[in-house]
Design a protein around this ligand. Structure first.
Ligand code: PRP
Ligand code: MG
Length: 212
């Protein structure tokens, strides 16, 4: 029997809520914790646990058919991937932040400055739209520490509760985008799997309605 292949975040902030929404859709998945792949018991679906940043490419290549992913990741590296449902969890912002003591009036203050980020395309697009040129330092995690160790003048990263900024003595100065978890679809999904996707979407819509 044909199964639809869904990517969910392997570990991190989306993982639990992604599995919870599938569960609420009545889809039970054996959670072999260290397994990278699992099969649903009562629905034609296989789950692939992947790194967030790899998911757009897996969708593009048709290795998976659908994915639960943050919009922020699609903005950064999956502008060509379509979204079929917004899932109303994992809400966050991608923002610029600078040390609390630094005066900041507008993004123009970042002209010629060093910005540490894991979202280079997002930052570059934003800076370009504002006519600002800055020097990006691409790092993969713990971005907020960069200004404190003299590596950058500012940062661009995900802000959710704001506690990481607070702990690192930074202030959010510009929101580049707002994001939430979404259901995204491979451009190469087959007709047959499209039918399975429609069933999932139908269930997701009622779950989201019931959660309101
Ligand atoms: C994420 C993100 C921010 C933080 C935002 O980091 O990169 O640093 O969460 O959340 P908050 O506003 O609620 O503090 P994460 O803890 O996932 O670690 P990483 O950056 O090392 O990947
Ligand atoms: Mg972080």
């Amino acid at each position: 029997m044909t199964k639809i292949r869904i990517a969910v975040q392997k570990s991190g902030r989306l993982n639990e809520d992604s599995l919870a929404i599938l569960k609420d859709c009545g889809i039970s998945i054996d959670n072999g914790k260290d397994q990278l792949k699992a099969t649903a018991r009562n629905f034609p679906l296989e789950v692939f646990y992947l790194r967030n940043g790899d998911i757009p490419q897996y969708l593009r290549d048709g290795v998976v058919d659908i994915a639960i992913i943050g919009e922020n990741v699609l903005v950064e590296k999956g502008q060509d991937i379509s979204v079929v449902e917004k899932l109303n969890f994992s809400k966050c912002r991608v923002s610029l932040a600078v040390p609390k003591g630094v005066k900041y009036n507008s993004v123009k203050d970042l002209e010629g400055k060093k910005i540490a980020t894991s979202y280079p395309n997002t930052v570059n697009g934003y800076l370009k739209s504002k006519g600002v040129t800055a020097d990006l330092h691409i790092i993969n995690g713990s971005v907020e520490i960069a200004p404190n160790i003299g590596l950058a003048d500012g940062i661009c990263d995900i802000v959710s509760s704001g506690s990481t900024l607070f702990k690192n003595n930074l202030k959010e100065v510009d929101v580049i985008l707002t994001s939430e978890a979404v259901l995204a679809v491979s451009p190469t999904i087959s007709e047959e799997r499209m039918e399975i996707l429609k069933k999932i979407q139908f269930r997701i819509k009622s779950v989201l309605q019931a959660r309101q």
